[in-house]
Design a protein around this ligand. Structure first.
Ligand code: ZN
Length: 135
């Protein structure tokens, strides 16, 4: 995992907390208790270009799941390096047993253009671990 990131920097998920007490523990292997924590830590992982974290938290039956992990990691890295991650706004969060949804706005800039989008993401808890299923 990337250890060169400044732990005291503001967390890229825009929680207002420091990275070290927000998403870093998840990036280092702690399991998120809620799908919302997973959502935030995935956003932060995109912002910090950590494709492995995205891959390991994606449900195998997700449409985004790619069996060629190397190619997938490459795609994520390209997306991360061409995108400025301006912020994450959580609009709604519902958890029901092993299923959860998070509705959010991701504020993104690509080539000076605003490519922000709103999405309702579905999450499923598998063997005690929250995974991203689909958007
Ligand atoms: Zn965070």
């Amino acid at each position: 995992m990337k250890s060169e990131h400044d732990k005291t920097m503001p967390c890229p998920c825009q929680s207002g907390k420091q990275y070290e007490v927000c998403c870093q523990p998840f990036h280092l292997g702690k399991k998120p208790d809620t799908a919302l924590q997973l959502m935030r830590s995935r956003f932060a992982a995109y912002a910090l270009c950590m494709p492995d974290y995205i891959i390991h938290t994606t449900h195998p039956s997700s449409p985004q799941f790619c069996h060629d992990a190397k190619e997938w990691a490459q795609k994520i890295s390209e997306f991360s390096s061409h995108t400025e991650f301006k912020g994450l706004e959580i609009l709604g969060f519902q958890e029901n047993g092993s299923f959860a949804t998070v509705t959010f706005v991701a504020h993104l800039i690509q080539d000076k253009k605003d490519v922000s989008f709103t999405e309702k993401s579905y999450f499923e808890k598998v063997k005690g671990k929250w995974l991203y299923r689909s958007g």
